[in-house]
Design a protein. Structure first.
Length: 269
């Protein structure tokens, strides 16, 4: 299995670097393109020599009904940090690290965990093809998480996802993705599906709405939504805010999510 994975990634890497993409534009003249703040990652790949930082604060709450009172599980992400670097115009390297703490217990009497550094993941995003007509822009994402700087044990996470995007008009675009998530030794697999629509209110402000789900053959399927806005301060700095909840209540359904953050980029001199 490990040898097959290595061969698959090598072939994908060679294929991505051999693609003859559309004529490249100067990235300094185009606005920053980010994976924040949606669950739907952009099909965009960070250009060669560009270092991109995406960071933010996040809050999520799961509420379970008890016999006498409701039980709450809260997760507070103090810094969800995504670092991205373009090693070519077709391939980027990625590092993700989340710093958070949890609170759980009845409302008003919650126990707080220690500060958690988890999960940590490294990966790559590879541009497969550019958008042309009805054909979407497509990229492939692979990420591996482990116990490096992690406080959640030795669980190894593997994420494989295809990302798609279509420009519908000068103001409206859609993005969507299909992926698989695996635990240790490729066990505990589930499927992730996302769909997002974004509308530009102006050259600076965009709003979005999103549906995302996790399909688990051994547990409940989770269906969630969120919405939010982004503000482009300049071509190299974007601010964002979002919030959301679930479509149907299940065990472990997230009752409330909220977050805000920023993204910026640095060009190689």
């Amino acid at each position: 299995m490990k040898n097959s994975l290595r061969i698959s990634f090598l072939l994908l890497f060679i294929f991505a670097n051999s693609l003859m993409g559309q004529e490249e534009t100067n990235p300094k003249e185009t606005p920053i393109n980010t994976d924040r703040p949606t669950q739907t990652y952009s099909a965009f790949v960070v250009p060669k020599g560009v270092f991109q930082i995406e960071s933010g604060f996040g809050y999520s709450q799961i509420k379970q009904a008890g016999f006498s009172q409701d039980f709450f599980i809260e997760s507070i992400a103090l810094n969800s940090l995504q670092l991205r670097y373009g090693i070519s115009n077709n391939v980027e390297l990625r590092l993700f690290q989340n710093i958070s703490y949890n609170r759980l217990g009845p409302k008003g009497d919650k126990l707080r965990s220690d500060l958690l550094f988890a999960p940590t993941s490294i990966g790559t995003k590879i541009r497969i093809v550019d958008e042309e007509g009805f054909r979407p822009q497509i990229s492939f994402l692979a990420e591996f998480g482990g116990e490096v700087f992690s406080d959640l044990g030795n669980e190894n996470i593997k994420i494989f996802r295809f990302n798609f995007s279509n420009t519908i008009s000068s103001k409206f675009s859609i993005a969507y993705s299909l992926g698989m998530n695996f635990g240790t030794d490729f066990s505990n697999s589930n499927t992730s599906i996302t769909l997002m629509g974004a509308y530009a209110l102006s050259s600076k402000i965009s709003v979005f709405g999103e549906y995302y789900s996790t399909l688990n053959p051994d547990f409940f399927n989770l269906h969630n939504y969120d919405f939010g806005a982004t503000y482009l301060v300049n071509n190299n700095l974007q601010l964002d805010v979002y919030m959301g909840s679930y479509f149907k209540k299940q065990i472990n359904s997230t009752d409330l999510i909220f977050g805000l953050g920023f993204s910026t980029r640095i060009f190689k001199k």
